[in-house]
Ligand binder design. Structure first.
Ligand code: CDP
Length: 225
């Protein structure tokens, strides 16, 4: 199979630094940035608004079929705007009531099929960097360069806690721990497209690395012929 030259794919668990790194690499290399987790989060929000039970897989899949999501990344400000049905939901989808349950809808087969189609469409014809849980394995297994970012669970919990505090979100570190452990478990053991390390993805343990060090490492790899 031929490698898709304009596509860079990153996977990894929560708090491994995927979003931060992908945004900075997008900015430096002028790529379009696609946060696939934001898409699952937007669907979770849509389901909440429609009062659809997250266990009701048939109805959640129906919502996924008709969802209208747009991602706009402004490289100058580093801001990603997530539009659901034309409304800016960028902040809402990061709230704990969404984070706590998003993995339950992300494990539904039909949901994943629709999301993968949307993600491929969003990236079509553009030089793009995508990050998520199944980008290197399912969405773009032939991506030009593939990465798996990782970090020790304690460090990932710490990072997410600090990030939420910085955004003035009311949060307890113990709850962040519970959420990250729960999502790690659901995301990596689900039947469809579980989070796993592709054999040909470059593995980067970011536990002891600075953001700049990871960005440089990724760019170095992208620039290798
Ligand atoms: O930013 P964080 O790592 O906390 O999560 P996210 O990337 O926003 O993703 C939220 C959730 O969406 C994950 O925990 C997964 O359950 C799901 N997801 C997925 O299943 N597949 C993807 N490609 C991206 C996210």
């Amino acid at each position: 199979m031929t490698a898709l030259k304009p596509i860079i794919a990153i996977d990894g668990p929560a708090g491994s630094g995927k979003s931060t790194i992908a945004k900075l690499v997008a900015k430096k290399l002028g790529l379009s940035y696609i946060d696939t987790g934001a898409m699952y989060r937007a669907l979770a929000l849509k389901a909440k608004k429609a009062n659809v039970d997250f266990r009701d897989e048939g109805n959640i899949a129906e919502l996924a079929k008709t969802i209208d999501i747009d991602l706009r990344y402004d490289a100058k400000t580093g801001q990603l705007t997530v539009l659901l049905e034309g409304r800016d939901v960028s902040e809402e989808i990061r709230k704990p009531y969404i984070t706590d349950e998003v993995s339950s809808i992300a494990k539904i087969k039909e949901v994943r099929e629709h999301m993968v189609t949307l993600q491929r469409r969003l990236a079509q014809g553009k030089r793009s960097i995508l990050e998520g849980r199944d980008i290197t394995t399912v969405v773009f297994p032939d991506a030009y360069k593939k990465f798996y970012l990782d970090a020790d669970p304690d460090e990932r919990i710490r990072r997410r806690y600090l990030e939420m505090k910085e955004k003035n979100m009311p949060v307890e570190e113990s709850n962040v721990k519970i959420n990250i452990e729960k999502r790690d478990r659901i995301d990596s053991t689900r039947e469809h497209a579980p989070l796993r390390r592709a054999k040909d993805a470059v593995y980067i343990d970011t536990t002891k690395l600075s953001i700049d060090e990871v960005v440089n490492r990724v760019i170095e790899e992208i620039n290798k012929p």
